[in-house]
Write a protein that binds this ligand. Structure first.
Ligand code: NAD
Ligand code: ZN
Length: 378
């Protein structure tokens, strides 16, 4: 006897680009609340750096909700950066607040923070009551064009990146450009690496535009930054919606271009390297390997490296000396499940999946990055 169960669930969520979300004349958030008359509960989780840089924010959210006769139950401050994914005592604080304030599946958790806090609060929201509505306001460039717009949530376990996690789409994402003003330079820069990544695997025109805008982007000029964030987020969302595998049942992971080494470099540097900084190095490594393997021209790889270095990324980091290629590839394979699947480039704007990596060529690519032999395109 066998019953074959089958059903389909369709997901929709808006990704809104706006400024000053909690000013009284911005209706973006309140318009999302489809159960206003039930007076749902709201819990606010703030990245500690966001809370420090925007001390008025919690009161502003409370006032904003009060104008619609809604109540902010509480504000929790979550340690910003990778710390919140490594040390998770605060998870209990969220679960406790969910219990104390009777936050149910029709209530809302609003998270304002960098990719790490969004990932971690997303994990808490997805697991409490098996899923509470989550409104994300990513507050870093990387959060807005990548980490905060997709369907994944995670924390680390035993120093292994994203070892515990869920595939649960958010209720909504609000990309508020105003939040980015308080970022440190390196956090403004980090997110540009993810835009370059998605451009390299998907859209040559986008890559060429990033290349043409490299001096404006290096100065974080507003128009170039907004365009980079919106296009990066759009491609990220498009990939999830159309690649036929939003919850990654297969092994192919094109959005992880440059990430097999990046994840390891983050660990090896004890998180001294930010995710985006590690991704910039990972992009350079896999671009040079794509040349070794005969898929990409050296001139194209040089253009990629020129773009990354003009933006201020340091590509020769000391963590590279400790990178064990075979071990890192094995761990990445284990994380993917199934067979090894590494995205390489056969052109600017065109990625493809490779199931075999020649470790010697990979080591040579890394050695090339560490040497000053690179002949740059500019
Ligand atoms: N879920 C996904 O699909 C996905 C995708 C990519 C990356 N990620 C994860 O995202 C994380 C990296 O995110 P990130 O690059 O945003 O870095 P981050 O979250 O570590 O933030 C960097 C720093 O900026 C601070 N910060 C955040 N917003 C601020 C603001 N507006 N003003 C001042 N300071 C602010 C944070 O407190 C932190 O110290 C990694 O953990 C990575 O694994 C997840
Ligand atoms: Zn990434």
């Amino acid at each position: 006897m066998q019953i074959n169960q089958s059903f389909t669930v369709s997901y929709q969520y808006p990704v809104i680009f706006t400024e000053d979300t909690f000013s009284s004349n911005n209706q973006s958030l309140i318009k999302l609340i489809d159960n206003l008359s039930d007076r749902p509960e709201f819990l606010l989780c703030l990245d500690s750096e966001v809370a420090a840089c925007h001390p008025e924010l919690s009161q502003k959210v409370a006032d904003y909700l009060a104008a619609a006769e809604l109540k902010l139950s509480d504000t929790l401050i979550i340690p910003g950066g990778e710390d919140c994914k490594n040390h998770t005592q605060w998870l209990e604080d969220i679960y406790q607040a969910v219990a104390d304030y009777k936050i149910d599946r029709h209530s809302y958790i609003i998270v304002v923070g960098g990719g790490a806090v969004v990932d971690a609060v997303g994990y808490a929201a997805a697991t409490a009551h098996r899923g509470i509505r989550l409104i994300r306001l990513p507050s870093t460039v990387l959060g807005q064009n990548d980490a905060g717009v997709g369907v994944k949530n995670a924390i680390n376990f035993n120093k292994r990146k994203n070892y515990l996690g869920t595939f649960v789409p958010p209720f909504a994402v609000i990309n508020d450009f105003t939040l980015l003003n308080s970022l440190q330079v390196r956090d403004k820069r980090c997110g540009i690496a993810e835009a370059i990544k998605v451009a390299l695997i998907k859209d040559k025109e986008f890559f060429n535009q990033l290349y043409a805008d490299r001096f404006e982007l290096a100065q974080f000029e507003t128009a170039a930054m907004k365009n980079m964030i919106i296009k990066g987020a759009k491609w990220h969302l498009d990939h999830i919606a159309t690649n036929g595998d939003p919850f990654e049942f297969g092994s192919a992971r094109p959005l992880d271009f440059g990430h097999w080494s990046a994840h390891k470099l983050e660990e090896l540097s004890n998180n001294e390297l930010r995710h985006g900084e590690a991704v910039a190095i990972g992009i350079a490594i896999d671009s040079l390997y794509s040349v070794y393997a005969g898929h990409l021209t050296q001139a194209d790889a040089n253009k990629i490296i020129t773009l990354l270095t003009t933006l201020g990324f340091t590509l020769n980091h000391s963590a590279l000396q400790q990178l064990d290629v075979e071990q890192a590839l094995n761990e990445f394979k284990e994380h993917l499940g199934g067979r090894l699947c590494i995205t390489l480039l056969n052109n600017l704007g065109s990625g493809f999946e490779a199931n075999h990596i020649n470790s010697e060529w990979m080591k040579k690519s890394i050695a090339q990055l560490q040497s000053s032999e690179l002949e740059l395109a500019c």
